[in-house]
Design a protein around this ligand. Structure first.
Ligand SMILES: Cc1cc2nc3c(=O)[nH]c(=O)nc-3n(C[C@H](O)[C@H](O)[C@H](O)COP(=O)(O)OP(=O)(O)OC[C@H]3O[C@@H](n4cnc5c(N)ncnc54)[C@H](O)[C@@H]3O)c2cc1C
Length: 232
């Protein structure tokens, strides 16, 4: 916590803390472990694909979370998976509506290049909560020509699947045959090519990202067309 020293007494730097603290407006639980935290935006500017560092109000620890909501929304949303024995995500899960979180300025370069031609084809490939920046892309940009491949273990992890245009969202569930594809997202990609002109955005765990890179390179996709955000 930042303090201002006045005489001998150390008191909280109220102005500094105030600008970093954002009220929790809502918590939406999507599964036992995953939830959407809707928080006050307080004028923060961001581009879809960027992330914010968020943490509990009195803690010194924060973690990066991609912004889940749209650029034009009044509030800010993040999609969080509670990691067992994690330092920050379990504390975020315990917070209540009306409480506060620390939010830092949005940062990051995992954004859609404004120089891409109109009608550019995109393939978004996510594992788990790695779907978050793509949710923001899709809600922020009009007429986006995309296919979203979402790799999860169970179909219950199809977070807000109805927010995507019909036919554009492909749920790849590796542990049960309830999605669009029974198997890993990487196997889906091996069996379904999207071409060399598409731009590929990969987000989630590093094993998935490495495997997808290899598959795309084997398919002849230039690395200039591959963009990645590694979560862990
Ligand atoms: C740019 C960026 C954006 C991110 N965006 C999101 C997001 O939108 N939503 C989200 O839920 N997380 C996101 N993360 C991950 C997040 O920052 C934290 O790492 C995660 O919440 C765990 O933090 P923790 O303090 O609870 O666990 P820690 O105490 O930091 O870590 C415990 C262990 O869990 C591992 N771990 C981290 N995330 C996961 C996971 N999802 N599943 C399994 N193991 C994991 C870590 O590698 C570490 O070994 C993002 C990470 C980065 C770098």
């Amino acid at each position: 916590m930042t303090v201002q020293v006045m005489g001998n007494a150390a008191v909280p730097a109220a102005n500094k803390i105030k600008t970093d603290l954002h009220e929790i407006l809502d918590i939406r639980h999507l599964t036992d472990s995953t939830f959407v935290l809707r928080i006050e935006r307080k004028g923060l500017e961001f581009e879809a694909g960027q992330h914010v560092c968020v943490g509990p109000p009195n803690g010194i620890h924060t973690r990066e979370y991609s912004i889940y909501s749209a650029e034009q929304d009044e509030s800010l949303e993040i999609l969080v998976k509670e990691v067992e024995n994690g330092l920050v995500s379990p504390s975020l899960k315990k917070l209540q509506k009306g409480g506060y979180v620390v939010v830092e300025e949005p940062v990051g370069y995992f954004t859609i290049n404004k120089d891409h031609p109109k009608g550019q084809k995109y393939v978004f490939i996510a594992s788990g909560t790695g779907i978050s920046p793509f949710h923001s892309f899709v809600l922020s940009k009009d007429n986006l020509d995309y296919t979203l491949l979402h790799g999860v273990k169970y179909a219950s992890e199809a977070y807000d699947a109805d927010d995507y245009e019909k036919g554009r969202y492909k749920l790849c569930a590796s542990r049960e045959g309830k999605g669009d594809y029974y198997g890993r997202v990487t196997d889906y990609l091996r069996e379904n090519k999207f071409g060399m002109d598409a731009h590929y955005y990969l987000c989630g765990n590093c094993n998935m990202i490495h495997d997808v890179y290899d598959i795309l390179e084997e398919q002849g996709v230039s690395t200039d067309n591959i963009h990645a955000e590694v979560y862990f």
